[in-house]
Ligand binder design. Structure first.
Ligand SMILES: NC(=O)c1ccc[n+]([C@@H]2O[C@H](COP(=O)([O-])OP(=O)(O)OC[C@H]3O[C@@H](n4cnc5c(N)ncnc54)[C@H](OP(=O)(O)O)[C@@H]3O)[C@@H](O)[C@H]2O)c1
Length: 217
């Protein structure tokens, strides 16, 4: 896959450094120097934000959540993203408040707002429920159990790509359903963030222990 990151922070570093083994990874953002520095550190390429859609089919929105919509403009706007898979990893939870409730947008998730802003892109919510450190684990296994990564979206092809990228990290993908289930994923991540903020280890996760469906007796 050709994967492009907008943003070069903790998540771009953690995910990009893993995916670069199997995919063509490009880093971009508002600072060319910072994009280049991360790209060189993890063995990826870097480019101007306006060039990202030319070198990537899967684009990861990896800026601060408050500027996720600005990030779409930075890489050329909604039209430039037509047909692209847009991975939304953002958690609209403020770290400097004490309530840790996720922000909602008239009841919608940030993922749905992103989809409204880029209607021809295929938005998938994924990778938001674990701290960046967890994505660096090879493999992410907890108490002997593989981490299950929940994801959701409306486009099957984009979801297949997300599932492959989850498997590439050594995690087990679990399709939660349509994109509006991002409301639950953003809320679930807020639980994790609250736990981390109270001093828990960065490797704290909510894991699905038995994801397979058993026949009802
Ligand atoms: N960190 C985690 O453990 C974690 C886990 C799950 C999900 N997430 C989510 O993933 C997203 C990225 O988190 P992160 O920890 O990787 O962030 P980070 O390390 O704080 O990096 C933030 C990135 O956003 C960019 N940025 C900030 N303001 C911008 C603007 N106005 N326009 C363009 N770019 C801007 C920064 O660029 P500059 O350096 O140039 O400001 C930087 O590349 C967040 O939404 C977060 O909720 C994070």
């Amino acid at each position: 896959m050709r994967i492009g990151f907008v943003g070069y922070g903790s998540m771009a570093r953690a995910l990009g450094s893993r995916w670069v083994a199997d995919h063509a990874v490009s880093i971009s953002g508002r600072s060319r120097q910072k994009a280049q520095a991360l790209a060189e550190a993890i063995g990826a390429s870097h480019c101007e934000p306006s060039e990202l859609v030319q070198v990537a089919d899967v684009i990861v929105l990896a800026t601060r959540h408050e500027v996720a919509i600005d990030a779409i403009d930075l890489i050329g706007g909604a039209d430039a993203l037509a047909g692209k898979t847009l991975l939304d990893i953002n958690n609209p939870v403020s770290h400097n408040r004490n309530d840790f409730l996720p922000r909602t947008y008239d009841g919608k998730s940030l993922s749905e707002v992103i989809a409204d802003c880029a209607p021809q892109a295929h938005v998938v919510k994924a990778f938001n429920m674990c701290q960046a450190t967890v994505w660096g684990m090879e493999p992410p296994v907890f108490d002997g159990r593989t981490l299950v990564t929940l994801y959701c979206g409306d486009d099957l092809g984009a979801k297949r790509q997300a599932a492959t990228l989850i498997e590439d990290l050594g995690s087990a993908p679990f399709d939660l359903g349509e994109l509006h289930y991002a409301r639950l994923l953003e809320a679930a991540a807020a639980i994790v963030i609250k736990l981390l903020a109270s001093g828990r280890d960065p490797h704290t996760v909510l894991n699905l222990i038995e994801p397979e469906v058993k026949p009802v007796a």
